[in-house]
Design a binder for this molecule. Structure first.
Ligand code: OOG
Length: 249
């Protein structure tokens, strides 16, 4: 039997809306990476049918730190929607078991028509963060499970945009309530976050998803993700890129 793509997408979508973790989908019915991306896209279609718009692409497992933390061995990608953008505060009571991780973000300024052209299409770089919230119990999954779950995407924020520059070795610092919880370098992201950007462009072009002006590409975390508590103040700083802050309710 093959997995019912629409039913699987609806199960994950309901888990997020009910704020209730579910067993891994592959426990009931194994499926491969190709089927997993079909489920992911069906989940995005549920969101766009509710009026959300695609706002960009997120890369996952682009660093060893993340692969080791989550026990997987390949990079993945997911889609961001405008409803995921966090301005300055996030209510964790609407989330299952959120985690936060520092990110490097790219702002697309011109439509991306080729992998070779993606660097020239970038208008800005920034430090950012991603809030992850796996819809699976205990935040545990196989690679197909996490792909189907839109790479655990829940929310994201970006600091001020800077003109594109060399970001191959940007020191990253994440603090929660003034305490350092993660440090790393953007070099951990495939050696240079621009590599992650090129992978994002290739994957989007192959999937027929347009990277358009105003969209954001998150390169993937350089460090492991940290549980995001309620009533916290988080600051992520990138050397030379300033900081971005978020508070939780
Ligand atoms: C999956 C998402 C991984 C990253 O930056 O590596 C990711 C997860 O860890 O739950 O976004």
């Amino acid at each position: 039997m093959s997995i019912d793509v629409k039913a699987a997408a609806a199960t994950l979508d309901r888990a997020a809306r009910d704020i209730t973790a579910i067993p891994r989908l592959t426990d009931a019915e194994p499926f491969d990476v190709a089927a997993a991306y079909k489920i992911q896209r069906a989940g995005i279609r549920l969101r766009t049918a509710r009026g959300e718009h695609i706002a960009g692409v997120k890369m996952g497992f682009t660093s060893r730190a993340k692969m080791v933390q989550m026990g997987v061995d390949d990079l993945i990608w997911g889609l961001l929607t405008d409803a995921m953008l966090i301005e300055s505060a996030v209510d964790t009571s609407g989330l299952i078991h959120p985690r936060i991780e520092p990110e490097i973000a790219f702002l697309i300024g011109r439509e991306v028509r080729s992998v070779a052209g993606v660097e020239a299409a970038v208008d800005g770089v920034a430090v950012g963060y991603e809030v992850l919230d796996s819809r699976y119990q205990d935040f545990k999954f196989t690679l197909p499970d996490v792909i189907a779950d839109n790479a655990s995407a829940s929310g994201f924020g970006v600091g001020s945009w800077h003109a594109p520059r060399d970001i191959a070795n940007v020191g990253l610092l994440m603090e929660i309530d003034g305490r350092t919880v993660a440090t790393g370098s953007s070099a951990a992201i495939l050696g240079d976050p621009y590599r992650s950007l090129r992978a994002a462009a290739r994957l989007a072009l192959e999937a027929g998803i347009a990277l358009e002006p105003g969209m954001v590409v998150l390169a993937g975390a350089a460090t492991a993700a940290i549980p995001l508590p309620a009533g916290a103040h988080v600051r992520v700083t990138g050397a030379g890129l300033g900081s971005v802050e978020v508070t939780t309710k």
